[in-house]
Design a protein. Structure first.
Length: 189
């Protein structure tokens, strides 16, 4: 089922996600709906907050992106990206590795707003998958960027919080308009 993606101004986007204690059929069904919603919106990542749920759960799929490469290492070995996409990641911890890198970013909760964001080029990730099994890997490139962006969402952090002040100032009118439109749509009629 395709879910509604909430936009900037919706309070769920600022909620810190709760840890998921039991990975059951309900969690798997939500993850499956989130994957469907992400694909429908042609995104590479989606966090539970973006469908109005304050949980430490997100999905990513960068397998089809050809112009922005990703790397994936498990147990120190480079592995095939395609074989591990999509990913459902639960209760994720992210450790930065490598130098900061600046690259373009967008967000399904901020339609048509893009900016260059600086983040560590590589990260080490520890999480649970949808079966409740622990996963641990290192990744780089677009996958590392997507995971950091989605992990931020699960902590109530948005990409606008990572923008240099000058960039945010340039976008401020657009951001204010989106925020106001979302708030207006939430008011009871
Ligand atoms: Zn986002």
């Amino acid at each position: 089922m395709v879910l509604e993606i909430v936009k900037y101004g919706h309070p769920a986007l600022r909620e810190r996600g709760e840890k998921i204690r039991q990975i059951d059929q309900t969690v798997r069904a939500l993850a499956a709906d989130m994957l469907e919603t992400m694909r429908d919106a042609q995104g590479v990542g989606l966090a539970a907050q973006q469908v109005g749920r304050a949980l430490q759960l997100f999905v990513v799929d960068v397998g089809e992106v050809e112009d922005r490469p990703s790397t994936l290492e498990i147990g120190g070995q480079l592995v095939s990206l395609e074989a591990h996409m999509p990913m459902v990641l639960i209760n994720t911890e992210v450790q930065p590795l490598g130098e900061p890198e600046t690259g373009p970013e967008g967000c399904l909760s901020f339609p048509e707003i893009y900016a260059d964001i600086t983040r560590p080029r590589q990260v080490q990730v520890q999480a649970l998958n949808e079966e409740g099994d622990p996963v641990r890997f290192c990744c780089g490139g677009l996958l590392a960027r997507a995971i950091q962006h989605e992990h931020d969402h699960t902590r109530g952090i948005l990409f606008i919080d990572r923008m240099p002040r000058s960039v945010k100032t340039e976008l401020q009118a657009e951001l204010d308009a989106l925020h106001a439109a979302t708030k207006a749509s939430l008011r009871p009629r």
